[in-house]
Ligand binder design. Sequence first.
Ligand SMILES: [Zn+2]
Length: 349
Amino acid sequence: MRPTEPSHCLMRPAESRYSRQIRFAPLGEEGQAKIRAARVAIVGCGALGTVQAEALARAGVGRLRIIDRDFVEWSNLQRQFLFEEADAAEALPKAVAAARRLARVNAEVVVEPLVADLTAANVEDLFEDIDLILDGTDNFETRFLINDAAVDRGIPWIYGAAVGSYGIKLAIVPGHTACFRCVYPEPPQGAQPTCETEGVLAPVTATIAALQVADALKMLARGPGSVTARLTTLDVWNGTIRQLAPPARDAACACCVRRELVYLDGSRRAPISLCGRNAVQIHERSRPVDLTALAQRLSSVATVRSNEFALRVALDPYELTVFPDGRAIIKGTTDVGIARSLYARYIGA
Ligand SMILES: [Zn+2]
């Protein structure tokens, strides 16, 4: 082939693009058609979510809804594969940066970037018409909310988590497997290892995400019941992988048996300390903020940086980032009181 000749792939994308996947017999043309028709939500577009999103986009999933409340930072680039230096320099919302990149990876996939925090107030809308949910979050509160909503609607979801060199994965099919609260009746108490205190290696997040995507492709192609819901744990530093038997369903589970969906009905909700930084998020009732007007108001008292997606105020030793829906992230503290006070002082209570 002469160097100037267009490649076979460029000339005939529809025929060649998914050929290796279709040739995999358990998937085949029929499985590919089901993947093509599927609508998948990714909650959290960080180290797990970026790998999930890219792999599913390349696999040809029909629609990807990417839900993330955060923006790209330099410390993300070590493990969040979709993002580039320019995204961090611009402090782009992760959902927006991911969607831009995915459009270049596979233009056939409809990507819906949603710069939002998943809450009891919006989870019904954000999971509307969704066939499968992938967990890319960094906190138990959001996972309990995902679980409540998934059990309520009968949507399968795939739990994944990683810190340091350790990771864990579990597929959850409401009505068939243990749900998240069968396994974890309550959130863990006390200080937990986080990516901030323990660090985290890209190989473990990429591996957990890849295992989640493998379950996702199988579920989409062959049905949710096709996956054996083993609890997988691994440590990429020690080189250990364990496959535990599927956890038993709890006959008295508050969620999937008694249907006490306390996270979904909003009666259990706390401000969240984010993984990977010393910060508190204030997710008040939705109260839209005019960022341009706010930037003008604050520019006389602090250093303000803003774009159409967020406004950042330096308040040494804190940093306040405000989003158009009124949500804010206060960096430099884990004290909810300080965070609420700063919010009240600069945004208004
Ligand atoms: Zn349960």
